[in-house]
Design a protein around this ligand. Structure first.
Ligand SMILES: [Zn+2]
Length: 331
């Protein structure tokens, strides 16, 4: 994979930057291992009427940066890709300020099809505790503890489906594209404008700097790969993720993402066929070159692949529905 980076000199936190004609970006100061440089909020439209994609986290400095960026313009639509805490929380404030409706596939809907995914053994993937007072211990104490948490409070005013028009001004239309996988309600937004051409805002579905977390039960690898294929089959000139820089030639980039996921799936299936029956055994084998602190998230990712392999009939789980603590065999 050729990842796309966003470097420090390419942006200033909290300052609206026109990245394409009629498209400006404000980056919130919430960098982390999940959000990269932070949440990129996009403002699209004319000098008067605009839509805002993913208002972002509810942080005071970010709220005032958005207020400044939107000063003198009328917000007509608030578009939300999904309900992680770095994307949707400020939608409520912006809706109250502007009176504009919020649009999304639905609220975070994981509960519709959730099952108990179990737990990994407690001692699996734990780095040894650093010596008290050592530089490692100090670094661990100051590292921000940021999890990809869910905003269960968000409910859109308008529930959208693929093809629905969510914002329109002369010369510019935005439509929804449901892309489940990262979450079941994840939706991309497609801009078609005279000034900027065809641009797909991909949220967390396609990111340039990293692969996307797909963790069961709400994340679904089978859905994720089909949603990638949907995006790869489009004719967008550029894909713009929430985190990181615009991605040129999205069809090729997303085609590579599909190949990367299928390669990992083949490795997981190969591991099961070699007789590795538990997720810790598979992770220890497949992620041998990766730092031990990443083995627990890797376990969630392997579970994602096993859910698809069980759905496809290639693998069976001792628990029926795949769990982190089940054992697995080739079907
Ligand atoms: Zn997310």
């Amino acid at each position: 994979m050729d990842f796309v980076t966003l470097d420090d000199g390419d942006f200033t936190y909290g300052v609206a930057d026109e990245i394409l004609p009629g498209v400006s970006r404000v980056i919130a100061h919430n960098p982390s291992k999940f959000t990269y440089r932070g949440t990129g909020v996009y403002i699209l439209g004319s000098d008067d009427d605009v839509a805002v994609i993913d208002p972002g986290p509810d942080l005071a400095d970010h709220r005032s940066a958005l207020a400044t960026a939107l000063d003198g313009r009328t917000v007509r639509s608030i578009l939300v890709t999904h309900c992680h805490a770095d994307h949707s929380p400020l939608a409520a404030w912006l809706a109250a300020e502007s009176g504009a409706p919020t649009y999304a596939y639905g609220p975070h809907a994981g509960s519709v099809d959730e099952w108990d995914i179990g737990v990994l053994p407690d001692d699996f993937g734990r780095a040894p505790e650093p010596e008290p007072g050592s530089p490692e211990a100090e670094a661990a104490a100051t590292e921000p503890k940021v999890e990809e948490s869910t905003d269960f409070d968000f409910t859109p005013d308008v529930e959208v489906r693929s093809g629905d028009v969510v914002f329109e001004v002369p010369g510019l239309t935005v439509t929804a594209l449901h892309t489940p996988g990262h979450t079941s309600n994840h939706t991309c937004f497609a801009l078609d404008s005279d000034a900027a051409g065809k641009v797909l805002f991909t949220g967390d579905h396609v990111m340039g700097w990293s692969t996307t977390v797909v963790s069961p039960p709400d994340g679904h690898m089978g859905d994720y790969i089909s949603s990638l294929r949907t995006v790869a089959g489009r004719s967008d000139a550029v894909a713009i993720p929430t985190h990181g820089a615009p991605i040129p030639d999205p069809a090729r980039f997303v085609g590579d993402l599909v190949a990367h996921r299928l390669e990992r799936e083949a490795q997981v299936l190969g591991a099961v066929r070699r007789g590795l029956s538990t997720i810790p055994e598979m992770v220890t084998d497949l992620y041998a070159a990766v730092r031990i602190e990443l083995h627990r998230p890797a376990g969630a990712s392997v579970l994602g692949h096993l859910v698809k392999l069980v759905d496809d009939g290639a693998v069976v789980a001792s628990s029926g529905r795949p769990r982190l603590d089940a054992s697995y065999a080739a079907a």
